[in-house]
Design a protein around this ligand. Sequence first.
Ligand code: AKG
Length: 270
Amino acid sequence: MPITDAMPELKRELKFFPVENDNPSTLTPEQIQHFNENGYICPLDVFTDDEISIHREYFNQLMDKVLAEGGNSYSINGWHTRSGGIHDLVTDERISDYVQDLLGVDLICWGTHYFCKLPGEEKQVSWHQDASYWPLSPSKTVTVWLAIDDASVENGAMTVIPKSHLHGQIAFERSTAEEKNVLGQTVISPEEYGSAPVPFEMKAGQLSLHSDLLLHGSEPNTSDRRRCGLTMRFVPPEVKAANNWNQRAIITRGEDTSGHWVHNPRPTNE
Ligand SMILES: O=C(O)CCC(=O)C(=O)O
């Protein structure tokens, strides 16, 4: 299948924009150079064991509710506008400090999604570029992947192809049923687009940062340990969204200088 345009009413500019920041406040210049050259930074420390265990307990309660309603461990998608606990994570100053060094002083979070692989689960996340799924332009989303549980190769850590973000949009196919893909697209032969795959092995409470053009995916969880991560998607105000995706935003730092994004305050009715 050829590359399709997820955003017919707005022509998308899909290429990597290197970060230019000579005076980072939290990341080191070497980490920013690594992001530009490889498309990611991993791992970074954020939450203590005590802090992340509170966020884990919060997720456990959300998931109990979702499972009781017939959902599954991937159903908690886009809940940042209705869930105080997720709102608190995306507005955490330590996370904003990291993201600010890549995207600037004005930050918008437009999406969140828990990817929770249960012990022994057969589902995978097939190789993909986030930007191919999203009606956004230009391709400047940085994803924070926060480890809610420890992530290792055995329990299906997210794995990336370094340098693949430098190829612009890469052709993909619709995933087959046999793949058991959590999502819907598959890039064939990812190894052609960068260096050897790197698994993001992390301790709970650590996070990674990746470009929306970086090829990544994850294998089934062959262990008896759950692997849950929360993705949080951040953009600078210049990024525009189609399909009303601008309605789901939280301005997490600074202001929306474009006036495009609709800010959702912390929900009070949880
Ligand atoms: O958590 C995973 O296994 C995949 C996450 C992912 O695909 C993403 O962050 O876009």
